[in-house]
Design a protein around this ligand. Structure first.
Ligand code: ZN
Ligand code: ZN
Length: 177
């Protein structure tokens, strides 16, 4: 049976992560625990873009948690990018069994709005469900309310739910058991 290991990158609020773990257990019906943080210094960021490269993050997380047998979910405050993308909210590698989510563009402050802890949590949960879905082999869904809908902007994230649609739910059940 699989389990989900949340891997904080540097310091992430522990009660936020504990709440996230509970919600993910409920969504995926798998045990979910928060692991020790992995330290990634700011000097690892691309110095021009001030962003962390997705593949660098995958490699660091895999190297830091060699004993992990389940799925790893890295949560970072760093802004992320990958080749031919200006930024990404998160992504996953099915082969390496790693999902990553960045809080950077999920924060209200990033858009000049007031900081809202509950809104940040809901956005984070949606993107974590989305990227863990990818780690289970799910592709993007055309239903804008489904967690597997691709968020091109924060409006898409706010418009979707933290649950899978029926079709995606069936797929994730089939691949997670
Ligand atoms: Zn996606
Ligand atoms: Zn769907």
């Amino acid at each position: 049976m699989d389990q989900i290991s949340i891997v904080p990158i540097n310091a992430i609020d522990s009660s936020f992560l504990a709440r996230l773990a509970l919600c993910l257990e409920e969504r995926f019906l798998l045990s979910c625990r928060v692991e020790r943080a992995v330290q990634i210094p700011r000097t690892t960021l691309n110095s021009v873009r001030k962003q962390l490269f997705l593949n660098t993050l995958y490699a660091r997380v895999v190297a830091a948690t060699p004993e992990s047998t389940g799925l790893r979910l890295a949560v970072t405050d760093f802004d992320l990018y990958k080749t031919s993308h200006q930024f990404i909210f998160g992504d996953a590698s099915e082969e390496q069994r790693v999902a990553v989510v960045s809080l950077h563009r999920l924060r209200g402050d990033f858009y000049g709005d007031r900081a809202d802890a509950n809104l940040l949590f809901q956005r984070t949960l949606k993107e974590c469900v989305h990227d863990l879905g990818h780690a289970f082999g799910l592709k993007h869904c055309f239903n804008p309310r489904c967690a597997m809908y691709l968020s091109g902007s924060i409006f898409d994230t706010d418009n979707k739910l933290s649950h899978f649609c029926e079709t995606c739910e069936r797929r994730v059940r089939a691949s997670s058991t």
